[in-house]
Design a protein around this ligand. Structure first.
Ligand code: PLP
Length: 341
């Protein structure tokens, strides 16, 4: 599996380490928030119930949070299901992916027999006919697209009658994220689909909650491909409680921003850090061998994401999640032995 967070594939001795530090998947170390935690023990008594198949309360809570109409939102089992449903519904001849990128756009497209093409901004010309995938912020660089760049892609997609998909799975980690998000435009457009996730910023990766936003007519078409009860009762309830905890999550955003700056400074003794990130991960190019670094860290119970299989990244590197200060300190202590400055 070419993803971070694959702790289950580790050999049992590493996996069972109490203090396994997973910096390979970029999930907030602070979530779930206090409201979701308070709800948790009582959920067991409600497991005999089916979830609300319409996901009404969560859709309303999200509409409120994003400042858009509820009928332009479809709740999904993670952004991953949003990617899959979009491809399944539109079935374009070609899927265009801006690289480097999350591998699943291409992998899911291949499952449906869709031809995948890539482009690298700005060195290669942009996409042509088909469904276009962009991530804002980008993975693994953490670069945020300006409103102007997004607007240009949106205009091009609309003028050429292609569908632009913007994956905003990490956008809430960005300071002033509402300014960079395209959800308001997507809610009214037949040519723009925005995907979001509650797994990263709200720390709910194990529950699988995400969403997509587009024109209500398109939402109905995409929703027709979902199976009933695809988002569990527990996932819906925990997501609603999390969305109501915004003061707490605003605090986590500040913590992670400060820690990103601190971790970046510390990593610079061991290699080069890509400057672009405005989120909770850093793309790091060590001065030592990436193989040695990954293996050495793993021996000490620390996982980082090998970034060598991201198409479009020429220098060998790793992606490292920003977690709590004690976690960065532990990482740097381990690096001193493996990759001395
Ligand atoms: C850019 C990007 N989009 C979407 C996803 C999938 O998110 P989710 O956990 O909500 O399915 C990931 C997971 O790593 C990702 O990196």
């Amino acid at each position: 599996m070419g993803h971070g967070g694959d702790w289950a594939s580790l050999d049992p001795s590493t996996r069972s380490q109490q203090d396994l530090l997973d910096l390979s998947s970029s999930i907030s170390p602070y979530g779930p928030g206090p409201k979701a935690r308070a709800l948790w023990p009582g959920l067991v008594d409600r497991l005999h119930r089916y979830p609300d198949w319409r996901k009404q309360e969560l859709t309303e809570a999200l509409a409120n949070h994003l400042g858009i109409a509820a009928n332009s939102i479809l709740i999904t089992a993670g952004a991953m299901e949003a990617i899959d449903l979009t491809l399944r519904t539109f079935r374009p001849q070609h899927a265009w992916v801006e690289v480097p990128a999350f591998s699943e756009y291409a992998l899911r497209a291949s499952v449906y027999g869709i031809d995948v093409r890539t482009w690298h901004h700005p060195s290669q010309p942009g996409p042509e006919s088909g469904l276009w995938f962009l991530a804002n912020p980008a993975n693994p660089t953490g670069r945020v697209l300006t409103a102007r760049e997004c607007g240009q892609y949106q205009k091009r997609a609309m003028d050429s009658h292609n569908i632009l998909v913007i994956d905003e799975a990490f956008i809430e980690f960005v300071d002033g994220w509402r300014e960079w998000s395209s959800v308001r435009e997507a809610a009214q457009s037949e040519y723009l689909v925005v995907m979001g996730s509650l797994t990263k910023y709200y720390g709910l990766a194990g529950l699988r909650v995400g969403f997509l936003v587009t024109h209500p007519g398109t939402i109905r078409k995409i929703a027709a491909h979902t199976i009933p009860w695809h988002v569990s009762l527990v996932a819906q309830e925990m997501a609603v409680a999390s969305l109501k905890d915004q003061d707490y999550f605003d605090w986590t955003r500040i913590q992670l921003k400060q820690e990103r700056a601190r971790l970046k400074r510390m990593l610079e003794s061991f290699g080069q850090v890509d400057e672009a990130s405005q989120v909770n991960y850093l793309l790091f190019f060590p001065y030592c061998s990436v193989d040695e670094l990954i293996k050495g860290l793993q021996k000490q119970g620390i996982l980082v994401r090998d970034a060598r299989n991201f198409k479009g990244i020429e220098t060998p590197g790793v992606r490292i999640a920003v977690k709590k200060p004690k976690d960065s300190t532990r990482l740097v202590r381990a690096l001193k032995n493996i990759c001395p400055p």
